[in-house]
Design a protein around this ligand. Sequence first.
Ligand code: PEP
Length: 231
Amino acid sequence: MDKLIVTNFKMNLSKEEVLEYKKIVENSDIKNLIISPSNIYLDLMSSNKYDLCAQNGYYEDFGTHTGEVSFKQLKSLGVKYSLIGHSETRNMSNEDIPLKLKACINNGIVPILCVGNDINEKDTSKLFCILDKELKILSGLKINDIIIAYEPTWAIGTGVTPSLENIKSVHTYIKNVLSKVYNIKCKVIYGGSVDMSNIKEICSIEEVDGVLIGSSSLNPNNLLKMYNKIK
Ligand code: PEP
């Protein structure tokens, strides 16, 4: 199966840079790509070559929420996916994550739900407990289409990744819980310091359906080189 690449530009790149990015990607043979620019560039970045993903959204459709953008508005731009619960957007209570998931479902946006942990990879039982808790968000939701991103917070932007055995066992665990407890079959991708040096071995794990890439995706030529390593 072809692996999915999801980029996360975070709060980076200018208007000129995203237009140049789009041009380079459109002139390539890349497939299975989802691009998450800053929300202000989503319309500009629209393309047949890849799908668009919002980095976040607000759970109400309209209203007095200055500075926010709703999933309904994102949908009207042709946005297909949204990151939900990325560790850089989670508030202290995390109460809004189920509301955001519901709003995505109601507006036909596929959530890419980020789950992860702060604990050492060797504490596997604690890690699985945390994942159980995070995945509980899915109970009671009628979800047909979702992607789960396993993103250990300590691996994001640090240049450090979990061992391949850890990634494999967590992905297997998540897929098991999803199918047995929630009756959901979906892609589970890995995120956290994926780069040119490790993308091939991470994607060689059968249980890994793709990768979520932050800083290493900011340069379109790097992105294409990474794609070439896994295609
Ligand atoms: C992210 O923020 O989702 C991420 C994966 O970042 P990085 O690749 O920079 O670790």
